[in-house]
Design a binder for this molecule. Structure first.
Ligand SMILES: Cc1cc2nc3c(=O)[nH]c(=O)nc-3n(C[C@H](O)[C@H](O)[C@H](O)COP(=O)(O)OP(=O)(O)OC[C@H]3O[C@@H](n4cnc5c(N)ncnc54)[C@H](O)[C@@H]3O)c2cc1C
Length: 419
């Protein structure tokens, strides 16, 4: 063991919802552990989200089993700071051993003994096991097509806070998943002219026949779906809890005044070019929406549920002009565009984790969070075990499984020692 280093059985890196869930299950299983968090508990919910964000799922669903949101109606969509407070409160409830303000800079195998050497901003630890809970959305990704133009204000959705932050002028929001759609809507309502570039997406109904879509995904077993089709997991979901929770409807957004365009293809000489795929993307989103209504109807029929019919959910507004006569090129100056917001997703950064836990693409090589490097675990990643893995309720169940695997390994290690 390194001199002056702390020793712990399991060291969790990251104190977001994944780290808190992991800590709860390890506490229950009497596994000595520590959580090191470089910021505050649930820091991402506090400082890497825009001001008006509310949870995508209702309060009864987007929570851990052990605590409800006090002061919030079960069907309400909780504000982001309240979500962060909830996790701090939750960690307090079971006295989670979280050390905040401690950044892990390096993890390597311990060459002089078992486990790993962990270097942090506050000294060195030796840990038998490492759980990486550093989040699914760490490094904002801006595609290489972004124009090199100092006149334009360009930010990633992770750095968007509110309309006042932007310069005068029109805005191009690229990406129409949950973040892009909500940000574009907010900017348009604030009085700005907004162009929204819409790629392929899934678009669940916010609610259908008196049940929120999170309920439908639950009873239909769709939260538990595993990523079977290669590439399928990358389809973004357009869903929002804003304004009390409304289905994302691109035709309605166009009617409201948003300028919808297809997927952004390229920038050249002050112009931006879009694919001629807006109608196809919206129609494919409609198919996804309708398929959920069909599955819901079948479920109601099979289980003889008394939930009122909702035929109006199948009626769409007429296709707007932007679908029938799409814009495929814009001159940025002529359109008055001074800002581009890239709502184009995130990547991970494991430069601190210098062990053999990655595949040839530098992605975690793991099965349900158990990596190929013995003693290293991942939690909170998209499709770690199922669709629900990055979501609040889903990560809690993944953490339970990983805690179980840790307990099993500890039992093997303790064989004979206890006799
Ligand atoms: C805009 C947006 C809205 C979302 N809305 C919802 C929603 O409504 N409902 C839902 O269920 N899910 C939602 N999600 C998905 C998911 O719940 C969140 O992304 C959540 O923050 C993920 O939790 P996590 O603990 O896995 O990661 P994070 O919350 O990112 O936590 C990781 C933690 O690790 C810390 N960390 C990182 N590196 C180090 C290091 N080297 N040393 C020490 N600490 C480190 C970070 O400071 C951070 O606190 C949303 C995601 C986004 C981007």
């Amino acid at each position: 063991m390194k001199e002056n280093s702390n020793y712990i059985d399991t060291l969790i890196v990251g104190g977001g919802q994944a780290g808190v869930a992991m800590s709860e299950h390890l506490t229950r299983a009497d596994v000595p552990h520590v959580v090191l968090e470089k910021g505050r508990i649930a820091e991402a919910w506090r400082s890497v989200r825009w001001d008006s964000l509310v949870a995508n799922g209702p309060a009864w669903h987007d929570r851990f089993p052990g605590l409800t949101f006090t002061g919030e109606g079960p069907d309400s969509f909780v504000k982001k700071d309240r979500v962060a407070d909830y996790f701090a409160e939750y960690a307090e409830k079971f006295q989670s051993p979280i050390k905040t303000g401690v950044e892990v800079s390096k993890v390597v195998r311990n060459e002089t003994g078992r486990g790993f050497v962990v270097e942090t901003s506050e000294g060195t630890w030796i840990a038998e096991r490492i759980v990486s809970a550093t989040g699914p959305f760490q490094v904002p990704v801006i595609p290489a097509i972004a124009p090199k133009d100092d006149e334009l204000y360009q930010i990633h959705s992770a750095h968007y806070r509110n309309p006042e932050q932007l310069p005068e002028g029109s805005v191009l929001v690229i990406g129409a998943g949950s973040s892009g759609v909500q940000i574009a809507d907010e900017l348009q309502r604030s009085g700005k002219t907004v162009y929204l570039s819409v790629g392929p997406h899934d678009r669940p109904p916010r609610s259908y026949r008196q049940r929120d879509f999170v309920w439908w995904l639950g009873v239909l077993g769709l939260w538990d779906a595993t990523a079977t089709e290669p590439g399928k997991e990358h389809v973004t979901i357009a869903v929002s809890g804003a304004h009390g929770g409304k289905t994302i409807d691109f035709r309605e957004l166009a009617q409201q005044g948003l300028n919808l365009v297809g997927r952004t293809d390229s920038f050249n000489d002050g112009n931006v070019y879009f694919n001629n795929d807006l109608a196809a993307n919206i129609n494919a989103g409609d198919d996804n929406y309708l398929s959920l209504l069909d599955m819901a109807d079948e479920y109601i029929e099979r289980n003889k549920l008394d939930l009122p019919e909702e035929p109006e959910a199948r009626q769409f507004l007429a296709d707007p002009e932007c679908m029938t006569n799409p814009t495929t090129a814009l001159n940025l100056a002529e359109a008055g565009i001074t800002t581009i917001i890239w709502a184009t997703g995130f990547d991970t950064d494991y430069s601190w984790l210098q062990v053999d836990a990655f595949d040839e693409n530098n992605k975690p090589a793991q099965q349900r969070g158990v990596s190929k490097e013995q003693g290293v675990y991942f939690i909170g990643l998209p499709w770690l075990s199922r669709r629900g893995s990055t979501f609040i309720w889903g990560v809690w169940h993944d953490a339970k499984y990983i805690a179980d695997q840790i307990v099993i390994q500890r039992q093997y290690q303790q064989y004979r020692i206890e006799e």
